[in-house]
Design a protein around this ligand. Structure first.
Ligand SMILES: *Cc1c(COP(=O)(O)O)cnc(C)c1O
Length: 379
């Protein structure tokens, strides 16, 4: 008598999803098929279901199987970048659509909302999504989507995904979630009611700061999924086979890396929060964080991202960033190396971040070395 297999844990899924040995050779590590085209019969009869790389290809199939598995979703699509994935979500909506955005979120989406969406007739409105009454009040008859980002970039605010999903659905809208800061290991928005979950796979999923990519996971393999897949094929926002291979390779160690990112970030957050040169630390794992209880409920752990406000304003923050040696001053996040960035400086003309805020992507170095580096820089 055989027992039905019990649901696999994330660590196991990340290693075994989309990982069948190559049927042609038995290779355990997946092959990279760089071919842009696949032989067919004289009347176009396909041999293995592949035709042209922009549509489907073996590496993309493996990656999407793995992405769907780790998101707990029936289907996922891989994109050339996180922004390409986001743009495909917004492209779903007709002119006249209203979308609710958070008031702290990824700068690229802010730019999309300012420079691209108005010409498509899509209006957006920012609202504090940690305040459900404010979200409810901002919904209009034209609202088709609540776009959430939690933890948010860069201030690590946490919004209640189950409650936002209920609100959206009660008004005939969908909930889309940018879950990049958490990764699929720490947060499962589909299980909480989200309709679409987006990841910049450039960050934790690929994990080594060497490949650009994005993904969408879908609560249902429905017409929306089919339309977005079709649009990707038509518009060509696909990953290259090599980038798909690197991204899939990243997934294999994602749960193991996330455990260390979380451990190190907790140590850095606690150190900074106790330092006299620090005004405050935004990290959902600290009990002082305003949504700490929600984060503890909604997330498996609190992640590797935090931001810190330095006493003394812009100059003091820049001085700290400039003195660090183990942390590198650079944008992006989720790689093995610790990065720090003065967000206001890189946001340029449309800066919104506080001038004394530094965003930190805590990497996988030994925590003692990270704390010693921060200690000398804050001195
Ligand atoms: C990086 C990032 C994006 C955009 O992804 P790209 O892969 O750079 O296009 C979107 N959201 C968040 C939270 C990000 O950190």
């Amino acid at each position: 008598m055989s027992h039905p297999p019990r649901a696999l844990q994330p660590e196991t899924l990340a290693i075994h999803a989309g990982a069948e040995p190559d049927p042609a050779t038995g290779a355990v590590a997946p092959p990279i098929h760089l071919s842009t085209t696949f032989r067919h019969g004289p009347a176009g009869e396909s041999e293995a279901g592949y035709e042209y790389v922009r549509g489907a290809n073996p590496g993309q199939d493996r990656l999407e199987a793995a992405l769907a598995a780790i998101e707990g979703a029936p289907a996922a699509l891989a994109f050339a970048s996180g922004m390409a994935a986001i743009d495909h979500v917004f492209a779903e909506f007709p002119p006249g659509t209203h979308v609710l955005l958070p008031n702290d979120y990824y700068h690229g989406v802010r730019t999309l909302a300012r420079e691209v969406l108005p010409a498509r007739g899509i209006t957006t409105q920012m609202v504090d999504q940690t305040d459900l009454d404010a979200v409810r009040a901002a919904i209009t008859p034209a609202t088709r989507m609540i776009w959430a980002e939690t933890p948010s970039n860069p201030q690590c605010r946490i919004s209640d995904l189950a409650a936002l999903a209920q609100l959206a659905h009660a008004h005939g809208a969908i909930l889309g979630v940018d879950s990049t800061f958490a990764s699929p290991v720490l947060q499962q928005p589909i299980a909480l009611g989200a309709d679409i979950v987006m990841q910049s796979t450039t960050k934790y999923i690929a994990g080594h700061s060497d490949v650009l990519g994005g993904s969408l996971a879908f609560a249902q393999r429905d017409e929306r999924y089919e339309r977005i897949s079709r649009r990707r094929y038509i518009q060509g926002a696909v990953l290259s086979p090599f980038n798909a291979w690197l991204t899939l390779r990243g997934i294999r160690t994602l749960p193991a890396r996330m455990a260390w990112h979380c451990r190190n970030a907790r140590a850095v957050a606690q150190f900074l929060a106790a330092h006299p040169a620090v005004e405050c630390v935004h990290y959902p794992g600290l009990s002082s964080h305003p949504q700490h209880a929600l984060a503890a409920r909604q997330m498996r752990d609190f992640g590797g991202m935090l931001s810190v406000r330095i006493l003394g304003g812009r100059e003091a923050a820049l001085a700290v960033a400039g003195k660090l040696r183990v942390f590198t001053n650079a944008t992006s996040l989720g790689g093995v190396e610790s990065l720090i960035e003065h967000r206001a400086s890189v946001e340029g003309a449309h800066r919104v971040s506080p001038e004394n805020l530094l965003r930190v992507s805590v990497g996988l170095e030994h925590p003692d070395d990270l704390l010693a580096d921060l200690d000398q820089a804050l001195d």
